[in-house]
Write a protein that binds this ligand. Sequence first.
Ligand code: CMC
Length: 415
Amino acid sequence: MATTAPTSAPSAPTAPASNASHDKAAAFAKGLEGVVGGMTAVCSIEQDKLIYRGYEIHDLAEHATFEEVAFLLLEGHKPDSRELERFKAEIVAERALHPAVTSFIESSAGWLASGRAVPMDVLRTSVSILGHTDEDCQDNSGAANLRKAKRLLAKIPTIVGHMQNVIDGRALIGRELGGDPSLSHAANLLYMMTGRRPSRDEARVMDVSLILYAEHEFNASTFTTRVVAGTLSDMHSAVAGGIGALKGPLHGGANEMAMEMLKEIYASVGEKGIGTPAVDAWMQTAFDTKRKLMGFGHRVYKNGDHRAGILMGLGKKMAATLPGTFGGLAAPKWFELGEQVQKIMMAKKNIHPNVDFPCGMTYFTMKIPVPQYTPIFVASRITGWTAHIMEQHADNRLIRPLSIYTGPAEKKWNS
Ligand code: CMC
């Protein structure tokens, strides 16, 4: 087919191609490792500190509630008591779902049962539908974005809860109001999933886990949301992309995989093998086969993930009080096994656990179904994502890196 000549010649390269390739190669970092991708006032990760808008994570985990942290991230400062009450009321008022979202969740029962869809997929599609039901969907102004961020924060636990009800074959809990308005975000999330109001300890452990998961600078899913927002696309599109990125086992999906790995070790060594060289042998096989151990390692932290120690301590303390068995093992035994795995990993590989490792054991001994661990991560990280989307929209520049071409040399089509 004849081609039409371009109306203007392409502009000449500013440097010979070979130099340009050389510059690109010099700037290249696989996986963008060590590359600074932007500026943010939301969060700072340092080797010895994790800071949300000026507040350090140990301080927040000990003294703040998740709602306070959510306000801090979304509205930009620590709330006073009136602001906090107003914020909590706004969130509670937005918990219920539009019938279009509810009926989609109900219709997904078969896909969830067959395994064709996992809860993260249903959550991703539900967020897309939420966009259609949100009157502000196409409005990227700061005020509209903040309204949408609060609605997403309020509604995601309801989606997770309704989905679990569908999986368990029970009537949807809290269909009219999105749960019990007297319960906190964390307690209501647990209530919506089970129909049981959690104990104070359970609610606090969930609350702290949500604080720890809320924000983490330019991680893969947050960066995804910023790339989408950077095209001036809308918040729901960006969040749907973020959910897709978080699902992967190298990122948020690791909390589910970490627990699956511990279950696998237990199935292999048995209760009597815990605390014995049988666990070392299982891990040696994993090392020999170059298997990645889920819940360990981090791209940025080289001396350990601050969040992991906090959650390990809390989860272990709660486990000591829990009667009965969980998947055949008493709650403290899971933590004993987890600590042994951590010790071996440090001794043999010098690799620290990340937050997803204690999360697996903690949620498991709270009887939360494993496939909901990453959706619960979303119920928290939605605050960080939407704070970053607002920041990106407020001072936007398209995010568009370069690549190094590795394909064949130029050829003629008609040769
Ligand atoms: N198990 C075994 N070896 C590991 C692990 C691990 N979990 N993590 C790193 N390594 C080894 C890796 O094999 C490599 O060794 P070598 O140099 O001999 O090839 C070396 O450590 C460097 O690893 P890397 O994969 O190049 O490091 P990275 O910065 O690209 O990866 C990571 C970071 C998080 C993807 C990786 O540590 C990993 O895959 N961890 C398991 C998945 C996980 O727990 N993800 C959660 C991340 S943090 C919280 C969150 O986002 O949810």
